[in-house]
Design a protein around this ligand. Sequence first.
Ligand code: FE2
Length: 291
Amino acid sequence: MLPRFDARTFETITPEMKTAFERDGVLVLDGLVSAEMCDRLRARMAEMIDGFDVEEHRTIFSTTGRNHDQDAYFLESGHETRFFFEEEAFGEDGELTKPLPLAINKVGHAMHDLDETFGAFARQDAFKNICEGLGQANPLPLQSMYIFKQPQIGGEVVCHQDGTYLRTDPETCLGIWVALEDATEENGCLWGIPGGHKDGGLRSAFRRKPDGDGTYFEKLDDRPFAEDKKVALPAPKGTALVFGGMFPHMSSANRSNKSRHAYTLHVIDGAAHYPADNWLRRPDSLPLKGF
Ligand code: FE2
């Protein structure tokens, strides 16, 4: 069993939290975010979906097919608010199989710099203190996502390390994952491999092609993840899971009737080098800014 910390009155990372994070690769902070704040984010996202035109954007997001990789819609999403759909959201006739609010996989990746509600949430003191307490000298929020994990069609996310997608040299990426609803084994909670962040290196790198158009994966380490050691990371509403870019994690499909909304913020250390072949590139008009 991984330790769980009561974070309802969180102020800073304690030595016990730091020890657990360094040993396990993940920190479980129960109650870090209030139920009211979870509801506020859900309500704001519902408004954003209301303003979305599905006919213009039929991009289907899938971590198994990756057919969106070449799509500029995805590549430009690092400085926009964009909507990605579940794999099974569209039928053979090209029509939505579900009402729009139940067909979206995720929204990303710059709401923390573009939207007032999500911006204020991302730049809360607790997140800044987590990043600094876990060693970042100059934390820079890089990417945020609202993940729906829809009832019945919420797709599987295969085992991966977030450092594959957001690379710095040295590796400094921190992911703060917040359950906006109860996440259980039934509705597709996260799973992770405790200690897996120290078991081999980064397995692969997701790189932007030199011409800037399109992406590819480069295999860096052939060792498989020790998936037999994975544990479920159930997270009641308001719980935050914090893990670094090397921590192997995954989630299964949601075949239940309950949604599993979650929010993630990825933060890098501005003191580290951010290679130009990362997929996420910010234009000069929207530079990264700290807390
Ligand atoms: Fe991830």
